[in-house]
Design a protein around this ligand. Structure first.
Ligand code: SF4
Ligand code: SF4
Length: 136
């Protein structure tokens, strides 16, 4: 019986939740929303994919048979927006918008491609060969 006042109060009180997506909460500073990759800065190292707790990232080097190209793929609806990949990215090309992606009825996967960084010439080999010649 002691519950009755609470039940009645809750019945007539304003709802504590919003009717999303018709009413969207305003974003706030440092909110972790949609993940964005500025692919020009990506070196396809795969760190983000290895660290991602929900395994929604895939990084491929030599995508589509082209050894100079890399592909970065994100399953949007598997992403929990934790920001671990953003913190781990060595080139800081990942960021998160303050807002979330709009709701959708189909699974969304995005693939971004770019050129792999050129490998620097192996100086140790060149130096080693030079040393061998000097010794001979
Ligand atoms: S960690 Fe950054 S640079 Fe490395 S593959 Fe991911 S997005 Fe690209
Ligand atoms: S924000 Fe979290 S869940 Fe989403 S891709 Fe990055 S590490 Fe994975």
């Amino acid at each position: 019986m002691r519950m009755l006042p609470t039940v009645l109060a809750n019945l007539f009180a304003k709802a504590a939740t919003r009717n999303y997506p018709h009413f969207v909460r305003e974003s706030f500073e440092h909110a972790r929303g949609e993940l964005v990759n500025d692919i020009k800065g990506c070196i396809f190292c795969g760190t983000c994919a290895r660290k991602c707790p929900s395994q929604c990232l895939t990084v491929a080097r030599g995508a589509a048979g082209d050894k100079t190209e890399g592909a970065w793929t994100l399953e949007f609806f598997a992403c929990v927006g934790c920001g671990v990949c953003v913190d781990a990215c060595p080139t800081r090309c990942l960021s998160q918008k303050a807002t979330h992606r709009p709701v959708a009825v189909e699974r969304a996967v995005i693939t971004l491609t770019g050129r792999l960084p050129e490998r620097p010439a192996r100086k140790d080999n060149a130096a080693g060969k030079a040393a061998d010649k000097t010794e001979a």
